[in-house]
Design a protein around this ligand. Structure first.
Ligand code: AMP
Length: 166
């Protein structure tokens, strides 16, 4: 059952350091344990090569979750960052796009558009990333994306054909 005033959110998860599956599952457990958050559904995990950042990084395991929360968007971002830190991520020690035990990105917060210093929602790079679109499509293929004005499914097909994938 939904709490009054709860907002539907989508969060992308990724890990390419340590026990990736255990990291992602621990993130789900911690989010589920937060009193203001209810986990609704989780995509399958998908594996993808690291994009950008230092060469020779291990592959990522990525996924997407749908939840419901009574937290505001900035409070939710703070919770996601606490979970990242709790699972051993040391943001200040990482090179840009370097390997990480856990990365949590807020993709959508209800239908809100947010352009703040530390938070942009919908996430600005989600429409360019196969590793986000693929798990997102497992949950919400008909979700309309604001930049391309395509559905997640259409955009995934477009990026796949551009990159020579089926
Ligand atoms: P990353 O290295 O990908 O974890 O980048 C996290 C940084 O992006 C943090 O400083 C956040 O404040 C900022 N950020 C901006 N928009 C978002 C978003 N929608 N989800 C997660 N982090 C965001």
């Amino acid at each position: 059952m939904s709490a009054p005033g709860a907002v539907r959110v989508l969060v992308a998860l990724g890990s390419n350091l340590g026990d990736r599956r255990a990291n992602l599952e621990a993130a789900l457990a911690r989010l589920s344990a937060a009193p203001a958050f209810r986990l609704v559904s989780v995509s399958p995990w998908i594996e993808s090569a690291a994009e950008g950042g230092p060469a020779g990084q291990p592959d990522y395991l990525n996924g997407c979750l749908e939840g419901e929360t009574t937290l505001g968007p900035h409070e939710l971002l703070a919770l996601l960052q606490d979970i990242e830190a709790g699972l051993g991520r040391r943001r200040e020690l990482e090179p840009r796009h370097g390997a990480r035990t856990l990365d949590l990105d807020l993709l959508f917060y209800g239908e809100e558009t947010i352009e703040a210093e530390r938070l942009t929602v919908p996430h600005p790079r989600l429409e360019e990333r196969l590793f986000v679109l693929e798990p997102l499509c497992a949950l919400q293929p008909e979700r309309l994306l604001p930049r391309s004005r395509k559905t997640a499914r259409e955009r995934l097909q477009e990026l796949r054909s551009r990159s020579g994938q089926r």
